[in-house]
Ligand binder design. Structure first.
Ligand code: ADP
Length: 576
C-alpha cells in the first residue's frame, strides 16, 4: 500500500471514529432526553391535575365554588391519559361529574372521586418509577456504547500513533544512512523495502544509482590497476635499478635490477621501512642515508657508488627524486615519497680509466722524445756544432717554441690524469689574472676564428694578483671558452669579464647560446654529465675537472643560465 493511501486511510478512519463517537453520544443523550420528557409530559402533568382536582374538592367541601377548577383539570386529565387503567378511572370521575354539579358537597361522592384520583396518581407514580428505571437503563447503555466507541477510537488512534510515524520515518532514516555510506565510497550499499509504496520506488532508484556508481568505480579501479601493472612492468624492465619509497620511507616498489644488485627478495623489502632493511643491508643503507624530509628537487650523488654484483664491480650514480604533489584544493606542495634511481656508469668509468691511463702513458712517453728534441736544439744553437744562418736560426727558434708548448701540453695532460685519479698536484703561487686570460685567449684563438666568434673582453684595470695555479686556472678558463664557442651560434659573441671583489677576482664567460634548463643546472658540474639533447662531442668531464681545480685552490665555481638566454660560467679565486 502506498504512503498516500495509508495516510488517507488512517486519517479517514480517525474521522469515522470521531463521527461514530459523536453519533453514539447524540443518540444516547436524545433517548435519555425522551425518557425524561415522557415522565414530565405523561405523568408529572397528570399528578399536577390530580392534585388540582383534590384541591378543588377541598374547596367544594367548604361550601365554596371549586367546580370550575375541578372541571378544567378533569378536562386536561382526560386529554393526558397515558397509563393502562388510567382511562377507566378518569372515565369514572367524568361519570360522577353530573352528580357533583347537582350536589357539590356530597361526602360519599367526594370519597369515591378521591379514590379514583388516588388510583390515577398511584398508577402515574408507578409509571414514573418504571420510566425512571428505563432512563437509568438508557444511561447505562449509553455509557457502554460510548465506552466501546471510545476504546475503539483509542485503540485505533494508538495504532496510528505508534505505526504511522515509524512507517514514514524509518525508511527515510534507512535511506539517509545508505546515502551516507555511498558518500563514504561504500558503493556496495543497498536499501531493501518489502512494500511497493513510494519508498519502495525510492529504494529501487537508490539501488540503481548505487549499482551504477559501483560499476563506474570498478571500471575506474580496473583501469587504475591496469595502469599500475603497466607502470610496474615498465619499471621492472628498466635497465637501471629503481626503488620507490613513500613519505615514511616504506618501500613501495623495487625493480628486478635493484633486487639483483641488493641481493634481496621482493618479500624482504616491499612494504618494510627502508631504515629497518638498512640495518641488515649495506647497499640499502647507503641508498637511504641522505633522503631528505623536505620537498626539494632531489639530489644527485657526486661520489659514484661502487657495488659488487654478478661477480664484477660496477659503478652507479645515485639520483634521488623527491616526489611532491599539490593535493586538490590545497596550496602547499606535499612530499609523498622518493624514487631512488641508480645510473650504471661502469662503462664510462672503464673508458675513463682507460683514457686516464692512456693519457698518463702518452704524456709520459712523449716527455722523453720532446726533451731530446730540446737537447738537440741546444746542441744546434751551440757554435761548436756548426754555423747556422739567420733563416736556420729562425727555424730553430720556432721548433723551440713548439717543443716548449708540447712539453706544457703533456704536463697538462698529466695533471688531468692526476685529477681523475684523485692526486691533484697544485702549484699555487701569486698569479696575474691578465696573464691567465692572455694564455687562455691564445689557446682558443683559432677555434673562435673558425666560427667567426667575437670575443669581447672586459678587463678591470689594476686587478690584484691572485693565489692560484696559473696553468690549471687557465685550463678552466679555456674549458669555459671552448664550451662557450661550441654552444654559440656562428658569428656570435662571447663576453669575458674579469673583475675584482672584496676577497678576490671573478672570471666570467658569457655566451648567447641555447642556455641550460634549470633542472640540469646543478648537475652539469658532475662527472660525465651532459645535458640531454646537447652535442655529444665532449666527454662531460671538462666542467667536473674545472670544479675540482677551482675548489682545490679554495675558489668557487658556478653558472647562471636561463634556457634560450645564454649562460654565464664563472669562478672566483682569492687574492694573494
Ligand atoms: P663536455 O665535454 O660535454 O662539454 P663539460 O663538462 O664541459 O663537458 O660540459 C658538460 C655539459 O654542460 C655539456 O654536455 C653541455 O651540455 C653543458 N654545457 C657546458 N657549457 C655550456 C654552455 N656554455 N652552454 C650550454 N650548455 C653548456
Amino acid at each position: 500500500m502506498n504512503i498516500k493511501t495509508k495516510l488517507r486511510l488512517g486519517i479517514g478512519l480517525l474521522f469515522l471514529m470521531i463521527l461514530l463517537l459523536s453519533t453514539v453520544g447524540i443518540r444516547n443523550v436524545n433517548s435519555l432526553k425522551n425518557d425524561t420528557e415522557n415522565i414530565l409530559a405523561d405523568n408529572y402533568n397528570t399528578l399536577e391535575y390530580c392534585q388540582n382536582m383534590i384541591a378543588a374538592l377541598d374547596v367544594m367541601q367548604q361550601k365554596q365554588n371549586g367546580l370550575p377548577a375541578f372541571e378544567k383539570n378533569l378536562r386536561l386529565q382526560t386529554k393526558n391519559v397515558t397509563e393502562p387503567g388510567e382511562g377507566q378511572a378518569t372515565a369514572h370521575i367524568s361519570q360522577r361529574l353530573g352528580q357533583l354539579r347537582s350536589n357539590p358537597g356530597d361526602p360519599n361522592l367526594h370519597l369515591s372521586i378521591r379514590r379514583d384520583i388516588a388510583q390515577i396518581m398511584e398508577q402515574n407514580m408507578k409509571a414514573i418509577e418504571r420510566k425512571s428505571d428505563i432512563a437509568t437503563q438508557t444511561a447505562k447503555t449509553a455509557n457502554t456504547w460510548i465506552m466501546i466507541s471510545s476504546t475503539l477510537c483509542f485503540l485505533f488512534g494508538m495504532t496510528l500513533l505508534v505505526n504511522l510515524p515509524g512507517n514514514i520515518a524509518n525508511p527515510i532514516r534507512e535511506l539517509t544512512a545508505s546515502i551516507r555510506e555511498i558518500a563514504s565510497k561504500n558503493y556496495s550499499q543497498r536499501v531493501y523495502y518489502r512494500g511497493r509504496n513510494e519508498f519502495g520506488e525510492l529504494a529501487d532508484s537508490f539501488n540503481t544509482m548505487a549499482e551504477k556508481l559501483e560499476e563506474y568505480n570498478k571500471s575506474n579501479l580496473s583501469k587504475i590497476l591496469f595502469e599500475k601493472i603497466r607502470i610496474e612492468t615498465l619499471i621492472n624492465n628498466m635497465h637501471e635499478p629503481v626503488i620507490g619509497l613513500d613519505e615514511n620511507k616504506v618501500v613501495l616498489f623495487i625493480n628486478n635490477e635493484a633486487l639483483k644488485i641488493s641481493g634481496l627478495r621482493p618479500d624482504d623489502i616491499v612494504g618494510r621501512p627502508a631504515e629497518e632493511i638498512a640495518l641488515g643491508n649495506d647497499l640499502i643503507r647507503s641508498l637511504v642515508s641522505d633522503l631528505s624530509e623536505t620537498e626539494s628537487q632531489g639530489t644527485l650523488s657526486t661520489v659514484p657508488l661502487k657495488i659488487y654484483a654478478d661477480n664484477k664491480e660496477s659503478y652507479f650514480e645515485k639520483e634521488i627524486v623527491n616526489i611532491t604533489i599539490k593535493p586538490t584544493g590545497e596550496r602547499e606542495k606535499r612530499l609523498i615519497g622518493h624514487v631512488i634511481i641508480l645510473k650504471n656508469i661502469t662503462p664510462f668509468k672503464e673508458l675513463d680509466f682507460a683514457k686516464t691511463n692512456f693519457i698518463a702513458t702518452v704524456s709520459h712517453e712523449l716527455k722523453t722524445p720532446i726533451s731530446s728534441i730540446k737537447m738537440s736544439l741546444l746542441l744546434l744553437e751551440n757554435q761548436n756544432t756548426g754555423h747556422v744562418n739567420p733563416e736556420q736560426r729562425q727555424l730553430i727558434e720556432s721548433i723551440k717554441e713548439d717543443s716548449n708548448r708540447l712539453l706544457k701540453i703533456t704536463g697538462e695532460l698529466l695533471n688531468m690524469s692526476q685529477v681523475e685519479t684523485g692526486n691533484i698536484q697544485l702549484n699555487i703561487q701569486q698569479a696575474s689574472p691578465e696573464e691567465i686570460l692572455e694564455y687562455a685567449l691564445e689557446a682558443v684563438k683559432v677555434q673562435a676564428e673558425q666560427k667567426q666568434i667575437d670575443l669581447q673582453i672586459d678587463l678591470e684595470e689594476d686587478l690584484p694578483a691572485i693565489k692560484a695555479d696559473s696553468e690549471k686556472t687557465a685550463w678552466v678558463l679555456i674549458n669555459f671558452l671552448t664550451n662557450a664557442i661550441r654552444y654559440s651560434r656562428q658569428s656570435g659573441q662571447i663576453y669575458i669579464t674579469i673583475r675584482h671583489h672584496e676577497n678576490g677576482v671573478q672570471f666570467a664567460v658569457k655566451d648567447e647560446g641555447q642556455g641550460i634548463d634549470s633542472r640540469y643546472r646543478a648537475k652539469i658540474f658532475n662527472r660525465y654529465f651532459q645535458v640531454p639533447g646537447s652535442a655529444k662531442t665532449g666527454t662531460g668531464l671538462g666542467l667536473a675537472i674545472s670544479k675540482e681545480f677551482i675548489e682545490a685552490q679554495g675558489g668557487h665555481i658556478g653558472v647562471n643560465s636561463e634556457i634560450g638566454m645564454g649562460s654565464t660560467f664563472f669562478f672566483d679565486l682569492l687574492r694573494s
